[in-house]
Design a protein around this ligand. Structure first.
Ligand SMILES: Cc1cc2nc3c(=O)[nH]c(=O)nc-3n(C[C@H](O)[C@H](O)[C@H](O)COP(=O)(O)O)c2cc1C
Length: 160
């Protein structure tokens, strides 16, 4: 069991990424979160998340690549698993990366799935949708800056 520190907001930023774009965006979100005092954010790829430890976090950010207009199968399965472990009252946010004209599509579907599958989840919207310039990137500096700002703003909001 991880330590609990009074007044500290603990955030898990987790993601799936085949080509590295969503990982890079997750790293930028974390960079932004670290600018806010009193928030401790950790980055863990979905396949490395210990489901027994998720309850230790106050907020969970979940990132997915857009695969055929929605979250990946792995991310959907992860949300379903989270739904079984009792995370009522926890705050959730979603983010995605996409290549075509699908801005916000996977994020919206992911938000919906979280709300449906995780009893008592508080879903903060809108999430972040980041356009990439090619399947394997790059991601423009402007888009990366948006991710940093999303992280900073979200952390400030969670800190209250
Ligand atoms: C199987 C597959 C399906 C995809 N479908 C879409 C799509 O429907 N719309 C879209 O905008 N991008 C689509 N993409 C592009 C990815 O969303 C984009 O390249 C993303 O940044 C990849 O993230 P990653 O580098 O973290 O794996 C698809 C990519 C793959 C591999």
């Amino acid at each position: 069991m991880a330590e609990r520190v009074m007044g500290l907001v603990k955030v898990l930023v987790t993601f799936e990424s085949k080509y590295g774009n969503t990982r890079l965006v997750a790293e930028k979100i974390l960079e932004g979160m670290k600018k806010v005092k009193g928030v401790r954010a950790e980055l863990v790829e979905i396949k490395g998340v210990d489901l027994h430890r998720v309850q230790d976090y106050d907020a969970i950010l979940i990132g997915t690549p857009n695969h055929i207009g929605g979250p990946t199968r792995g991310v959907k399965k992860f949300v379903d698993e989270l739904g079984k472990i009792g995370l009522s009252g926890k705050t959730f946010l979603a983010f995605d990366t996409y290549l075509g004209g699908d801005c916000g599509k996977a994020v919206k579907k992911l938000e919906k799935r979280i709300a449906e599958k995780i009893p008592g989840a508080k879903v903060l919207t809108p999430g972040l949708s980041v356009k990439v310039q090619g399947m394997r990137g790059p991601v423009s500096e402007e888009e990366l800056a948006r991710a940093v700002e999303f992280g900073r703003r979200t952390a400030a909001q969670l800190k209250g």
